[in-house]
Unconditional design. Structure first.
Length: 164
């Protein structure tokens, strides 16, 4: 009886050791997207307004190295709703972007198309206003229905004191 008890105990200890050993694997680095350097949440203003809006830039479903999405459903110039969402052409090496006559698929979009020119992201191009933490800056000209708006801003830092 004692031998059977010892075998069961040995088996249990062995199984426990195997579970702990295999459960302690190192994290696997799956890598990021091709656009991770230019993607994120941005706090932007339009035409140097003091009002800040959230703009998102993110990779395409096919993880393109030449396009990304930009989206802001709340973007406004004064009282004019200029909500946008569309795929924009990107040059990763220079961190620039532009596109003409982009189909506007944004929720609440009033205009069917828009264009982006002079788009640029500058790594550590500014600092968070409250924290002083270096963060990326973004700037581009947005053309909607013949009117051009200057959009400028900074990458979200994550610090409460930098929220708009």
């Amino acid at each position: 009886m004692k031998t059977k008890h010892n075998k069961i105990l040995t088996l249990m200890l062995t199984l426990t050791a195997v579970v702990f050993y295999t459960g302690c694997k190192k994290d696997v680095d799956y890598g990021g997207t091709k656009m991770e350097k230019m993607s994120g949440d941005w706090h932007v203003s339009v035409d140097n307004s003091t009002r800040r809006y959230t703009l998102y830039s993110f990779n395409t479903a096919d993880n393109s190295a030449t396009q990304f999405w930009i989206q802001s459903t709340s973007l406004r110039a004064g009282t004019k709703n200029i909500a946008i969402k569309g795929k924009i052409n990107v040059d990763l090496a220079s961190q620039t972007f532009s596109a003409s006559n982009v189909s506007n698929s944004g929720a609440g979009a009033v205009y069917t198309s828009f264009s982006v020119s002079n788009g640029r992201i500058i790594t550590n191009g500014t600092v968070g206003p409250g924290s002083g933490t270096p963060t990326d800056s973004i700037t581009f000209d947005l053309n909607i229905d013949g009117a051009t708006f200057k959009v400028t801003g900074r990458h979200k830092t994550g610090f409460v004191e930098d929220r708009p």
